[in-house]
Design a protein around this ligand. Structure first.
Ligand SMILES: [Zn+2]
Ligand SMILES: [Zn+2]
Length: 395
């Protein structure tokens, strides 16, 4: 309809009426809202019309996706009827309302519709060019207004306007705001709206304590490297094969170990290195070492404060060739999640992926590796996996 009524083949977007456009944008919202106000209000007030609006009101606290949640009859009026009536009104007022101007006006209205249903609790008004004037008469719309409309339904509602509060003010159906009152708005302490996934820091500086669990000491080695470094180096050189699948080690000298420690552990805030000392095992129980050590770490990480850190997720990464490691994790109750491809860069000389990629990308043959991901999460801890772990620790 918009094309039939206003599209002119010979007119380019650059030829639209730029002078009239700001006024058209402002008036379009106000005029559309007049027609919308009455069409919306009669649907609330008359029994036989309510059925066309009922669906839209099934949501009491809307979100942007539910803006268009409505019966087809209502949809037809929202999308076709009301915009057409607004177009003719503006034409009658003598405004040019070419195709492109109409399109832009409509975008302003759609944006306000979506924002009005967004459910976001901030002080935000439509970007219309006449909002400043409406604000002067205390008739500008804010997100809260339509939210208040949705909290009430048939016959007893208010705030029928969806672009302004002008007609609600004039016809006496304006509802006082609850949250957005002057005293509640803090213009000085602004908030940053975070868009994206929150990264939970794994470990915190203040966790650098020395928890003692069940007679075995789980020791954080940070700041104690001078003391424990030499024994780590000498012990690790007795069994260098233990480092076969790890992206670091073994360490021939204390210097090698310290270089790795300074690069990998202390350079990033939040990394902790643990060791378990005084591990009480009966002779021949070496197979139980992994289970027992992991049990101590899991108790420390997933247990609730004050004894644990109350974390939500612990993850175990294994070299894809290291089937024993994956089996050990699963025996402890870790759940297999998948493979993280090209997860790590390995030092020269370590077994990585068969390198079949451009040498420029991988620095002339520096190997990389995939990681098998397994996790033990807080719900596992509170569920059956915990029994599995207890059993593994007793083995
Ligand atoms: Zn309604
Ligand atoms: Zn609504």
């Amino acid at each position: 309809m918009a094309i039939v009524l206003s599209y002119r083949n010979s007119q380019t977007p650059a030829q639209m009426n730029w002078i009239a456009l700001p006024l058209e944008i402002g008036l379009y919202g106000v005029v559309l809202d007049f027609w919308f106000y009455w069409y919306h209000r009669v649907m609330h007030d008359f029994d036989f019309l309510w059925k066309y609006h009922r669906t839209h009101h099934l949501t009491k606290h809307p979100n942007a996706l539910l803006t268009l949640y409505a019966d087809e009859e209502q949809e037809f009026f929202d999308v076709v009827g009301i915009p057409l009536m607004t177009y003719f009104t503006l034409k009658l007022m003598g405004l040019p309302m070419g195709f492109y101007e109409w399109w832009i006006c409509q975008m302003y209205v759609v944006f306000t519709e979506l924002a009005g249903h967004s459910g976001i609790r901030v002080c935000a008004t439509p970007p219309s060019t006449l909002t400043w004037l409406l604000r002067y008469f205390d008739a500008e719309l804010s997100i809260e207004d339509h939210d208040l409309h949705h909290r009430s339904g048939w016959k007893k509602s208010h705030n029928y306007g969806k672009q302004t509060r002008l007609w609600d003010r004039i016809f006496g159906t304006c509802h006082d705001r609850i949250e957005l009152v002057k005293e509640n708005i803090d213009y000085e302490n602004t908030a940053t709206i975070f868009v994206g996934l929150p990264w939970v820091k794994t470990l915190d500086q203040r966790e650098r304590s020395v928890p003692i669990i069940g007679g075995n000491t789980l020791l954080t080695l940070n700041n104690q490297i001078q003391r424990h470094g030499p024994s780590i180096v000498s012990e690790s050189m007795k069994a260098p094969e233990l480092y076969k699948y790890l992206p670091f080690g073994p360490y021939p000298t204390l210097e090698d170990f310290e270089r790795w420690y300074n690069h990998r552990i202390t350079s990033t805030d939040g990394n902790l290195l643990y060791a378990i000392t005084d591990l009480q095992l009966r002779p021949g129980e070496i197979a139980g070492v992994v289970g027992f050590s992991m049990g101590l770490l899991l108790q420390h990480a997933l247990g609730l404060p004050p004894h644990g850190m109350g974390m939500r997720r612990v993850q175990w990464k294994a070299h894809p060739d290291n089937a024993k490691s994956v089996r050990a994790a699963e025996r402890l109750g870790f759940i297999y999640e998948g493979i993280l491809r090209w997860n790590m860069v390995l030092p020269q000389g370590k077994d990585g992926n068969d390198i079949n990629v451009n040498k420029e990308r991988i620095g002339n043959g520096v190997p990389g590796r995939h990681s098998v991901m397994l996790s033990f999460c807080c719900d596992d801890w509170e569920g059956e996996s915990r029994d599995k772990l207890d059993l593994a620790m007793k083995r």
